[in-house]
Design a protein around this ligand. Structure first.
Ligand code: PEP
Ligand code: MG
Length: 953
């Protein structure tokens, strides 16, 4: 159809055509992308309009909506949505994430078409507000902020008060009748612009930001007799701020050789470019790697008319949550600073006041805020985290998003929102990130130990749990020291540069900043224990000390922090299990007395109704099995029998077996292990009380059992009564260059059948013993590292012969299965043959990943992080199954195995079995169960339910 004939069509028809055109261009790649995204966002996404790079919002109308997070970023989409539902949002526009992608692919240039669209939006804003961008009379100022699809708190850049220069600032003085305010805005703008756009930042060896150094210098000149830390920024009057502006500009010129730009349009172009560019700054990249956010998403840029929380005592800026993000309690939670801009609240420079106190100070604005709080939850059906500004008594909303929360809060909010009929129970299951459940299982301080602990300070509880560690005041040092042991990162306040140290630390402690400070936000998301704003602490970065109440702690000494109460203790305080663990495992707490447990149990109950996958556990000891069953495991998916050989003096019998020269000597040594193995298996069967147990025969290379140092070898030789040379020779004979591909797995049992025979006998004798006690027993014997049918046939025949013998000896019948691990590619490819003998397959994805990728599971740490950085691989394949490679081989094995044995039982027992994305893959592949470590069982239960929900959607 020609352009002309398109023009003649009515608007509705044109829209339909436009949609069809877009569809034609996008094809399948986009479809797949959109589907992923929809799954992540939980709803279908609106289609972007072709050629539209800028989306306007203001006065109740917006071009975009809340569903367009991929295109407009979370912030942009929700600004559009809040505008639509009539909340007081200052007008503005969002430049799409597609422009970010274009910008980064075109040498950091902006597409030409953008200028006209930006100009048109600015005109609309000017018309609404009756102000002019660059006007000397009533200047329009902008906030320029980043906003990606998933929030990345503080990782990218923001510029406020854009549009000010030496002339427009006078216009602001005139309209506000407040010279101090106008120059405060101006100096803030130069500071932010100088930092973000012009790169005036702390240089190596400097301890403070250069602009802060200038501020401190001026303060010392004005108040020579007062300690710097007691002089607040608000004490600088208008003429001091004028002076600051001059000094800031000089700083910029000295450091960059360029002048601060005075043309507002040039300022805006620079700011937009810098915010797009900040998508690729180091901290944003680290953050994306940690949270698996794809690099190609890009950020949007939001340009919004400024409103001012710093015009005086009738104004404030704040951050609030519709519920408490640390505990989940339904209370209005947040904080604000009078006469301040939003950045001050989040940056933690001054400790803000709790939002409840606003009721007294600004009752009208507080009432409006309470209404907004209710409307937001009603509209989004989710706990919201929002930013607001009160300008001369009038409330404005600057942002809302689904609030990050701790695991405890996530569970509580989900369960309580069902009770409040805001969501249904399936939505509740979908809401809680499965991984976050681990936070409900993390330790708290031991009640007795804490009674005797010396409390040295109290701050704000910002990330629950207990943490103890050596204190370090610098993120790099904390990261380095964390390799040696637990560390706490202690800072005045944290900033995005500290992200690596925060990741490495057990817990984070800050002296300043509130519960929405950078430290608190990031810690909450990471699930780190955090206490912030412990004002009594005085940190001396230069000397590496922390002083409090007359005591001094040096770096490297221990402190302990309780992120649930906000308390800080001297020294190392013993920790105790979480409430869930106390109820389920320790049985030291009554379920009825723990609301946290009640919420957890409710959510787990809902999850169990939805999931199709069974959850088993990887455990080798009766107590581990009992724990896993208490967490909801439906059987053992992997009992690594070799772990049992290390206990007590069993290792001696094992070593004797390895050193033996003849079959007879080996049998004699192995016979010593039999009673130990039998009693272990019996314990496991009892703990399982009728649930199935997959028990794997000996797997690791034999040298792992032998002593490596000369002293240890001498000691073993003495114990066994053999010459030390014999031990040394055997150790060197067993040395392998590539043990993971060497003499291990079923190869051991095939060459030394007496080992397998002993293990089979121990399993069957234990089964009979426990059966006699009236407990059902379901052993499943698993042969490791099989690649050839014949390997499995040999081992299976041996098992069946032993079973027949033991049955006969005891005059009883035995029910058992024999199956195999699928952990090398040949087993996947020949799964149809292997299934002739195997009654079940269990994917050993640790080895299957290692052998498929040809990457050692032990040595790949040296290059994997770099590979992730280069996006050769997106995720660590040893943590999340490599879906295209390993996943495809699994699919093939399943198809071929089922061809031979349609009802074959299928499981996974690699570490991936407790990782949510891998659980989702296993669900889609149609496995019978996933098996994971005991403490990951609840995570797997929830992830399996979420996979079922996603599959049904
Ligand atoms: C595996 O390879 O995935 C597995 C479970 O076995 P292991 O980790 O003991 O080698
Ligand atoms: Mg293995």
């Amino acid at each position: 159809m020609s352009k002309k004939s398109k023009k003649k069509l009515k608007k509705k028809e044109r829209l339909a055509l436009l949609k069809a055109d877009t569809r034609k261009v996008s094809k399948t790649a986009k479809k797949a992308k959109t589907k992923n995204l929809a799954a992540r966002n939980g709803h279908a996404e609106a289609k972007p309009k072709k050629g539209k790079l800028v989306y306007f919002f203001g006065e109740g109308r917006s071009d975009g909506d809340g569903k367009m997070k991929a295109l407009l970023g979370g912030k942009g989409a929700n600004l559009a949505e809040m505008t639509r539902i009539g909340l007081p949002v200052p007008p503005g526009f969002t430049i799409t994430t597609e422009v970010c992608t274009w910008f980064n692919a075109h040498g950091k240039a902006l597409p030409k078409e953008i200028d006209a669209q930006v100009t048109e939006s600015i005109h609309r804003i000017e018309k609404i507000l009756g102000k002019g961008f660059g006007s000397l009379g009533n200047p329009l100022l902008f906030a320029v902020r980043s906003g990606s699809r998933d929030s990345m708190p503080g990782m990218m850049d923001t510029i406020l008060n854009l549009g000010l220069n030496d002339e427009t600032v006078l216009g602001l003085v005139a309209v506000s009748a407040n010279e101090r305010f106008a120059f405060d805005c101006y100096r803030r703008f130069i500071q932010m612009y100088g930092d973000v756009v012009m790169g005036v930042q702390t240089r190596p060896g400097e301890h403070h930001e250069p602009f802060e150094v200038v501020i401190s210098g001026l303060k010392s000149e004005i108040f020579p007799n007062r300690p710097l830390k007691d002089i607040s920024d608000t004490e600088l009057d208008a003429s001091s701020l004028r002076e600051l502006v001059i000094r800031f500009k000089k700083l910029i010129r000295d450091r960059t050789g360029r002048d601060f730009p005075s043309d507002p349009h040039e300022q805006l172009r620079g700011a937009i470019g810098a915010v797009f560019g900040s998508w690729n700054n180091e901290r944003a990249i680290v953050y994306r790697q940690k949270y698996n956010i794809p690099n190609e998403w890009g950020t949007a840029v939001n340009v919004q008319a400024m409103v001012f929380g710093n015009t005086g005592n009738e104004s404030c800026s704040g951050v609030a949550f519709t519920r408490d993000p640390a505990t989940g309690e339904k209370v209005f939670y947040g904080e604000y600073l009078i006469n301040a801009q939003g950045e001050d609240v989040v940056a933690g420079v001054r400790t803000p006041d709790p939002v409840a106190t606003l009721q007294e100070k600004m009752p009208k604005a507080y009432r409006e805020l309470e209404d907004v709080r209710a409307s937001l939850e009603k509209h989004f059906h989710e706990m919201q985290d929002f930013e607001f500004t009160v300008e001369n008594g009038k409330l404005f909303m600057l942002q809302t998003r689904n609030g990050k929360r701790t695991g405890v809060a996530a569970v509580r909010i989900a369960v309580e929102m069902v009770k409040e009929k805001l969501i249904d129970w399936k939505q509740a299951v979908a809401r809680v990130p499965a991984d976050q459940l681990s936070q409900l299982l993390t330790p708290i301080f031991d009640r007795k130990a804490i009674k005797h602990a010396e409390k040295i300070a109290t701050g704000l509880p910002a990330g629950p749990g207990a943490a103890t560690g050596r204190i370090y005041f610098n993120a790099n040092e904390a990261e380095l020291e964390s390799v040696k042991g637990k560390v706490l990162l202690v800072r005045e306040e944290t900033s995005p540069e500290d992200i690596r140290g925060m990741l490495a630390a057990e817990g984070i402690l800050t002296a300043r900043g509130g519960v929405s400070s950078h430290a608190a936000l990031v810690a909450r998301q990471m699930g780190k224990v955090c206490v912030c704003g412990a004002n009594a602490l005085h940190i001396d970065y230069q000397n590496g000390t922390l002083s409090v109440g007359g005591r001094v702690f040096r770096k490297g000494e221990f402190l302990s922090i309780d992120g649930t109460s906000g308390e800080v203790y001297a020294g190392e305080v013993k920790t105790a299990p979480s409430e869930i663990v106390q109820v389920l495992i320790g049985k030291t707490l009554d379920a009825k007395e723990s609301p946290t447990y009640g919420n957890f149990a409710q959510l787990m109950g809902w999850a169990d109704k939805l999931r199709r996958l069974q959850i088993r556990t990887n455990a080798d000891q009766p107590d581990q099995v009992a724990n896993a069953v208490a967490f909801g495991a439906q059987g053992v998916g992997l009992c690594r029998t070799e772990h049992m050989f290390f206990e007590g003096d069993r290792i001696d019998a094992m070593r004797e077996m390895i050193l033996a020269d003849t079959k007879e000597a080996r049998e004699a040594a192995v016979a010593k292990l039999l009673p130990h193995q039998r009693s272990d298996f019996a314990g496991i069967f009892r703990a399982l009380n009728g649930l199935p147990a997959t028990i794997r025969f000996l797997d690791p290379p034999l040298h792992e059992f032998l002593p490596q140092t000369h002293d240890q070898q001498t000691e073993l030789a003495r114990k066994l009564g053999v010459p030390v040379e014999k031990v040394t020779r055997r150790v060197s004979e067993l040395h392998e260059f590539n043990p993971m591909l060497g003499f291990r797995g079923c190869r051991l049992g095939i060459l030394y059948p007496e080992i397998s025979a002993m293990q089979a006998r121990a399993i069957f004798e234990a089964a009979i013993e426990v059966q006699k006690e009236g407990i059902k027993v379901k052993p499943e014997i698993m042969i490791p590292l099989v690649g050839f049918l014949k390997e499995l046939e040999l081992q299976a025949q041996l098992v069946r012969d032993v079973a027949a013998k033991v049955s006969k000896e005891n005059n009883t019948r035995l029910h058992y299965l024999v199956g195999t691990m699928i952990e090398i590619p040949r087993a996947c490819v020949t799964a149809d043959e292997i299934a002739k003998e195997a009654e079940f397959f269990s994917f050993g994805t640790n080895d299957l990943t290692q052998t498929t990728l040809g990457m050692s599971r032990d040595d790949s740490g040296s290059f994997l992080p770099a590979y992730q950085g280069l996006e050769i691989i997106k995720q660590n394949p040893f943590a999340t199954i490599d879906a295209n490679g390993v996943g495809s081989l699994m699919k093939l094995a399943i198809e071929r195995g089922r061809k031979t044995r349609p009802d074959i039982k299928l499981g996974i027992c690699g570490e991936h079995g407790g990782e949510p994305a891998s659980v989702n893959l296993c669900h889609n592949l149609g496995l019978t169960y996933v098996s994971c470590s005991p403490f990951r069982v609840p995570i797997a239960r929830l992830a399996a339910a979420q996979a079922a929900l996603a599959g049904a959607a």
